[in-house]
Design a protein around this ligand. Structure first.
Ligand SMILES: [Zn+2]
Length: 394
């Protein structure tokens, strides 16, 4: 059994970092964590010198359409591969490929491409987040109006039955949405509300029916009004509901991100990028599904001026979250790991560094940020040559 030892680092232990330990990886899993002084090296051990950096679980992004000129709606293996390669360089070791509202044919082509791509070793691709097409046109944001429709069982049942969908974003007030929610819950798919104008009163019902998450909170939904509290206030009252937030400082003002945390607690907030194909590229004009998007100063908008996804990456999001809310790394981190993983039922296998879980992790330097990514115990990305030099056999 060949082992990888990560030494000289501060290792994440559920809610804090612990020094003086060595993390032992074997066969792709976290095998043990031991006091460094008591480690006996074995022949064939690979050793990584963490150089005092932090060792964190890899980031989990449940809402991401694309990056680096790739988009899941391209429905191609090359595009999915390009996206996965980029994400590993951003420390993302788990993500859900997120679809856009589109024709049945194009959504099915995207699903088929993702099905064919699934289950590769050392891939961050985990499954699908179906965003739309069952959304409320009054809150569509940049979701193309022509492709929004009421849920139709004959269309969605084969999608849900494919087993690849882990999360669905829908507007629960649409005719037929109740049956769709029921079908999703029965199949273990997490139901999120998004692009919706649900009322405060109705929201309690939807939560009783199984709604568990709010998609890009405050974006694409009715606002809070002191006489019409709306869906957000209702959701905040139910501890089983978690909240996606895009911490780019554009989609939601930093002060409101801070307010959200103060109100519901960081254990109910999950950071997402909602990134589209322009993430990782310079400004320009791009397609997002059926929508054409202009990116200026890193902000993506459609022709009507609606925000159309982001160009955010997880390392930027983490730094922003720490800055906006005045949090330490240990305080901000669960919103990028534990909470998203738990929200789609994959915690602690993903999103933790507990013994027995997948060895998906990130080495993070306080000043320089991301230093390296390991997935399934394999070092797939590193920023510096010194880091390579620190790896030696035996
Ligand atoms: Zn959206």
């Amino acid at each position: 059994m060949s082992r990888t030892l990560i030494e000289n680092s501060r290792i994440w232990q559920e809610d804090r970092f612990v020094s003086g330990q060595t993390l032992i990886i074997a066969e792709g899993f976290i095998n043990a964590r031991r006091p460094s002084a008591r480690i006996e090296p074995m022949p064939g051990d690979r050793r990584i010198d963490g150089a005092g950096a932090y060792v964190l679980p890899g980031f989990v992004d449940v809402h991401l359409h694309g990056s680096k000129d790739c988009d899941v709606m391209d429905a191609s293996e090359a595009s999915l591969q390009g996206l996965c390669d980029f994400l590993l360089r951003q420390g993302v070791t788990s993500f859900l490929g997120t679809t856009m509202s589109d024709t049945r044919e194009r959504i099915e082509a995207a699903l088929a491409a993702m099905r064919a791509y699934a289950n590769r070793p050392h891939s961050p691709f985990l499954g699908v987040h179906l965003e739309g097409p069952y959304l409320n046109r009054d809150y569509r944001g940049s979701q193309p109006e022509a492709h929004l429709r009421a849920p139709l069982a004959e269309e969605y049942l084969p999608w849900l039955d494919s087993g690849q969908i882990k999360l669905i974003t829908l507007a629960p007030e649409l005719a037929g949405a109740e049956a769709l929610m029921k079908a999703a819950v029965e199949r273990g798919i997490t139901v999120a509300l998004g692009h919706s104008g649900a009322s405060y009163e109705a929201m309690h019902e939807y939560i009783a029916e199984g709604l568990r998450q709010i998609t890009h909170t405050f974006n694409g939904m009715g606002p809070i009004h002191h006489r019409q509290p709306g869906l957000f206030v209702a959701a905040s009252e139910h501890p089983q509901v978690s909240f996606q937030i895009i911490p780019d400082g554009v989609h939601v003002h930093p002060a409101v991100v801070k307010l959200l945390l103060r109100l519901v607690g960081s254990e109910r907030v999950l950071a997402i990028t909602d990134a589209m194909r322009a993430a990782g590229l310079s400004d320009g004009e791009f397609g997002m599904g059926d929508v054409s998007v202009i990116v200026k100063d890193g902000i993506a908008r459609d022709r009507d001026g609606s925000l159309a996804g982001s160009t955010l990456t997880m390392p930027e999001a983490l730094r922003n979250m720490m800055r906006f809310c005045d949090l330490s790394l240990a305080e901000a981190l669960p919103m990028f790991t534990t909470v998203p993983a738990r929200s789609i039922g994959i915690y602690p296998q993903k999103g933790s560094l507990m013994v027995g879980t997948d060895a998906d992790l990130v080495i993070w330097d306080e000043e320089r940020g991301l230093q390296a990514t390991l997935i399934g115990g394999e070092l797939v990305y590193q920023t510096r040559d010194e880091f390579t030099a620190a790896i030696a056999d035996g």
